[in-house]
Design a protein around this ligand. Sequence first.
Ligand SMILES: [Zn+2]
Ligand SMILES: [Zn+2]
Length: 740
Amino acid sequence: MASPFPVALPVSETRAHNDSPSVLMKVTTETSAKNQKILPQQGEPNILVTSALPYVNNVPHLGNIIGSTLSADVYARYSRTRNRNTLYICGTDEYGTATETKALEDGVTPQQLVDKYHAVHAKVYEWFQLGFDHFGRTTTPKQTEIAQDIFLKLHENGYLEEKSMTQLFCEQCTRFLADRYVEGICPKCGYDDARGDQCDKCGQLLDAIELVKPRCKVCSSAPIQKESRHMFLRIDNLQPLTEKWARAAAEAGGWSSNGRQITESWFREGLRPFSLTRDLKWGVPVPIKGMEDKVLYVWFDAPIGYPSITANYTDDWQQWWKNPDNVKLYQFMGKDNVRFHTVIFPSCLIGTKEPWTMLHHISTTEYLQYEGGKFSKSRNVGVFGDKAGELGLSPSVWRYYLLANRPETADSQFAWRDFIARNNSELLANLGNFCNRVLTFMKKYDLTVPEIPAGSELRTYKEGPLVAAPPAGEDGSASVIAKYVRDVNALLAQYIEAMEAVKIRSGLQHMMALSARSNLFLVEMGFDNTLFTERREQCDEVMLVTLNVIWLLSVLIHPFMPETCDSILKQLDAPPRAVPDDGRFQLDLLPGHRIGKAAHLFKRIDEAEEDVWRAQFGGSSDAKDAAKADAPAMSKKQAMKAAKAAKKAAEERNKVVVKNKTPELLDLEARVASQGDRVKQLKDQTKKEAEAEQKQKLEKETETELKALLEMKTELSELTSRLAKLEMDAEVPASAPAPQ
Ligand SMILES: [Zn+2]
Ligand SMILES: [Zn+2]
């Protein structure tokens, strides 16, 4: 599996850095090679991270990856950069009817099916560099042991109840038929090919025993009705305890609002007893006399995969899972999984009356869509995990794009144009440009970090953190360096705040803003050959500060793009560092330290690839086809439209572009975008409004909001040209050869 840690290179004699334990990362590839199991430590922060266990009968697509496994990976990696004891557990969920059905379709045994797909999942996640501490599966003896134990404790404590149910039984196949194994005539509309769970013609949800002339899906013979005994969880009796726990946990763990709402709605409706057992063969056997031929319901046993996979990692698994006072549990999933993690699984744990480690923070996502539609394996639309590698791009580019578009509060889109644009204008032009300019410039210094010039303000900082300059406006005389350091500290603080609250997209934005601010710093200092030849001391200061910012950036980047972090560490020849404990930037890479060889972090992607990739992976090309159809004979209206488009394209070309966006600019851009949405929304609303008075009111409001939008746009265009001019005045083009 991919390493959860940044790469620690062999230590060379040319290193000079602050090596205090608070500066360096505690666990790296080097220490982990000693193969010690990670266990929680008394009196230290201990973080247990899980991702929803992916169901094993398919290949995961990009939406599945960003929804849980990648998001959890980012948080676990972040937690390790804070030197917290961290364990990230995931694995495949392998039992249940869906696996049985799929195996039947494929003509293999369930075991063969899950073996095949477990390997497929593991390979995909490795390619995406998901650093699990252990990636396991639910079909293990430990799973049986722990699931049966929890089940029996619930029974002992009086939370299980035996009930009889009438079910369809196929005498030919000698088995009870799950709803999806039965077909027949719909009792509501007469459609003769309805499924046991739903009629595809009239959409009615059905119970298999309601079907007229039911038939077994496998052998087509008519099933009989037969009584079957099952064990029901009296979750209604557990509700008061679960509710009390959930309210406190939501508060303490800062649950997202959709997480809270979904949970509350279940409590409001009232929890109803449900059967924990199934008449299936593929699952954990029910540990009750007379029920050995039944299995535990897959949704009861799936979350038990978290502790059981941990138990396959270490015999001391209870130190993680039965240690509520010393371990904080963070769980990541798509929103459709919330109730199992906030209501059902916690109820089961509470019902055992044992001291389980309970959910602390839940992180849920909405859905990622593909080019305006859904991912579909059967229609061959969208990027599935096993194909992403075929484009020859670094996993970092994929991870960056998915995380920048993480559907945190609403559904988001995967779009090829945006994918390419973000690589070229953000990764390459912002982050890559900053690191590369500084690192290649080090040739002039024989790769060695210069001494702090005599009389430099940096001297006062040598023994400690750089002191932040006074806030803007309070002291206009603060030096360019002091102002830069103030901004570095502010952005670092915002990054930490966002990541602590598991606001991953925001954390990523602040990391990129720090890089953008650093590009601006180079511009402000007039960073070029003349600085080196004519103002050498200032040039030395720039190198000292920016090399240290690059080392700092490497650790902020690590959660999002581990490969990029490793590449920076190699270029710096520095060990993996931690996020500063006190949240303050300081000079930890010292004068005399010799860096390694500079290399490009990112590559430009040709815009022409957009069409190639869309053709390869599917997606709507309606717009393009329409444009082609227009070509031969153009109506007047079409000609006007074309002229307008040409004008817009020309404007686009002449537009001032700021390569290195400042936090201020990014913020203003975001505000313009959201104000634009607001105006558009109001216009739509006005159009739909039938009532005259209301319509007038809306029109008035639109006018006010539009005015505000135009003011913001003016402000934006002024700021943009100011920054662009600053860049043009001083910048060495990114494409120019490195100065010799
Ligand atoms: Zn019907
Ligand atoms: Zn049958």
